[in-house]
Design a binder for this molecule. Structure first.
Ligand SMILES: Nc1ncnc2c1ncn2[C@@H]1O[C@H](COP(=O)(O)OP(=O)(O)OP(=O)(O)O)[C@@H](O)[C@H]1O
Length: 351
């Protein structure tokens, strides 16, 4: 298995990103719709050709190399099996195209069908199997080619809730135990946690976070990272130990995870469950308070999540409160409320 280095610039799609992936690791790419995740994968696979696409895989420069010679397999949302071939022939097609003999290809295909627990489907045509089974076969086909790099573009997205867990556990087995080098585009932070070593967040065509899955989800430093981690984030600059000031001049006090130089960029993170909501600002308490215009409320388990309006500088803050507390407040969209969070519930990290 090989390491990957990719530098991609695509002004038409607003993308300028550089990423490196170590051999035998799984990297999850997360990001909002239209951020550029699929474009990165199709560029690495050689299916899209932006003005700058420097791709190196295991020391090989892939410039000018057609997709089928890159040793890169792309598994998309749809399994895209050949309809006229049996399941076994579909999987055997990959090693056959790579130069294996007919009988070798069938042996390799049979092994992979066993690996994805689909041996009994070997003689069926794609229209005779379910969507979840088809996606398992697509995984087998991708891996039967012996790729140096496996790219997965939301492989669970087209599956119903009943079929997704089986594919998830199959991927966990083949990716993690077989030591594949893989990049997984997903919208689901649980998939990142369950399947990946590393998480990259792409926003607006740029890589805005890159670290271990645990670090990115527990200490997000971007709006999108905070959103998927389910926490509030405030961006600012350190004005004194344990305090940052946002661009709107709001001071946010918290516990700094490490000493931060005055003037450096930092983020304050706190959980929506740590936030209390009041109609009027409470007096005399050493807590952070934010005046927020309500943009929405929704059920969140047994609690109600109040969301404040986004601004240019700051994603809308969230508070999870009890239905009883919500009933006491006027929380119609447009209402102004005070959100309060203790400094001891707020963590400050370098941005
Ligand atoms: N075939 C295309 N032709 C022109 N522009 C495209 C094409 N596909 C995507 N784009 C644009 O390129 C940008 C990146 O899109 P891309 O599909 O890579 O994002 P994504 O992060 O994969 O989004 P999603 O999560 O919605 O799949 C977007 O602005 C999108 O509109």
């Amino acid at each position: 298995m090989s390491s990957l280095h990719a530098r991609v610039t695509d002004p038409d799609r607003g993308i300028d990103a550089e990423l490196a992936v170590e051999a035998e690791t799984v990297t999850a790419i997360l990001g909002p719709n239209g951020a550029g995740k699929s474009t990165l994968l199709t560029t690495i696979a050689g299916l899209h050709h932006p003005p700058v696409a420097h791709i190196e895989l295991g020391g090989r420069n892939l410039e000018g190399i057609p997709p089928h010679r890159r040793r890169v397999a792309l598994l998309a949302q749809q399994p895209l099996l050949f309809p006229h071939m049996t399941v076994l022939e579909n999987v055997a097609f990959a090693p056959r195209s790579a130069g294996a003999s007919r009988s070798e290809s069938r042996t390799i295909a049979a092994q992979w069908l066993e690996e994805v627990e689909a041996t009994e489907l070997a003689a069926r045509k794609p229209h005779q199997i379910s969507g979840g089974q088809a996606q398992r076969i697509a995984v087998a086909r991708a891996l039967a080619a012996g790729p140096e790099l496996l790219l997965l573009d939301e492989p669970m997205a087209a599956l119903d809730v009943a079929a997704a867990p089986a594919l998830r556990s199959l991927l966990r087995r083949v990716l993690r135990e077989a030591g594949e080098t893989a990049i997984l585009v997903t919208h689901d932070p649980l998939d990142a946690l369950g399947l990946a070593d590393r998480a990259i967040i792409v926003d607006n065509g740029r890589i805005v976070e890159d670290g271990s899955v645990h670090t990115v989800l527990s200490h997000p430093r971007s709006s999108f990272g905070a959103r998927i981690a389910g926490v509030n984030i405030c961006f600012g600059r350190v004005v004194e130990p344990g305090c940052l000031r946002t661009v709107t001049g709001q001071h946010v006090h918290g516990i700094a995870a490490e000493p931060l130089p005055t003037g450096s960029n930092a983020v304050a993170i706190f959980s929506p469950t740590a936030v209390a909501v009041y109609a009027q600002a409470p007096h005399g308490s050493p807590r952070n308070h934010f005046t927020v215009t309500v943009s929405g409320q929704e059920h969140r388990g047994s609690l109600i999540r109040i969301t404040g309006q986004d601004s240019d500088e700051q994603p809308g803050l969230m508070a999870d409160i009890t239905p009883a507390a919500a009933a006491e407040l006027d929380l119609a969209p447009g209402a102004e409320v005070q959100l309060v969070v203790k400094a001891t519930e707020t963590r400050i990290y370098p941005a």
